[in-house]
Design a protein around this ligand. Structure first.
Ligand code: COA
Length: 191
């Protein structure tokens, strides 16, 4: 199990590590979004780090919980209250459209969860998923939601085990940066 990991809210200095783990969680969607935001000379991870270092935004270190061992941060979960639906009009980016259409409003949206490959299968992911609501005690939401790639079978199995159920699905729109095909699944559980 995860006896040797500690779980805590990170600080701004952890933003780059959070971005690395978020990138791991997102199956290429973060690479797609961040590469479109990069300024000249900026790497995709630079963009991720500058997004997570902000305060008062959905994409902020403030909405993360991390797991750490002696060697440093080995896991993270990023979740925020989703209270307004993204408007998806005809001009909406086609690669991102499936994920916008799968928003479950209102819910505590788990935007990303990842654990270092060497530390997987030891209960850290389960603890992050179980503890994340603890860090949003002020938010009165009935559901947690997340989007998973159906091809990412291990993560979908974990979510099922923790009570998430498939609520809706959309085909992934192929792009060279997106690592999965098949369907993206909206999974929901009651808090
Ligand atoms: C999904 C993930 C966060 C789970 O974290 P974890 O610490 O390994 O999870 P736990 O140890 O609490 O639970 C293990 C479960 O995770 C799942 N799992 C997924 N990938 C795994 C891996 N590479 N090794 C071990 N378990 C994995 C299994 O279903 C396993 O359950 P099982 O033992 O019943 O088969 C982690 O595997 C990960 O970071 N994967 C890459 C990023 C990712 O895909 N994120 C999810 C995006 S939707």
């Amino acid at each position: 199990m995860n006896e040797s990991a500690i779980f805590y809210p990170p600080g701004p200095d952890d933003s780059r590590r959070i971005a690395e783990l978020y990138q791991m969680a997102a199956g290429g969607v973060a690479d797609y979004v961040w590469s479109g935001m990069a300024e000249p000379g900026e790497s995709v991870l630079d963009v991720g780090a500058r997004r997570f270092v902000r305060t008062g935004e959905d994409f902020s270190f403030q909405n993360c919980v991390v797991a750490a061992r002696e060697e440093g941060i080995v896991g993270m979960i990023h979740a925020f209250p989703m209270t307004e639906r993204t408007e998806v009009d005809d001009d909406f980016d086609p690669v991102l459209r499936p994920y916008a259409e799968l928003e479950h409003v209102p819910s505590l949206y788990i935007a990303g969860i990842a654990v270092d490959p060497e530390c997987r299968g030891q209960g850290i992911g389960e603890t992050l998923l179980t503890s994340c609501a603890v860090y949003h005690p002020d938010v009165d939401l009935a559901d947690q939601s997340l989007i998973a790639f159906e091809e990412n079978e291990g993560s979908v199995r974990l979510y099922h085990r923790l009570g998430f159920r498939v609520f809706d699905r959309r085909p992934v729109v192929p792009h060279e940066l997106i690592q999965y095909s098949g369907d993206a699944l909206l999974m929901v559980r009651a808090i």
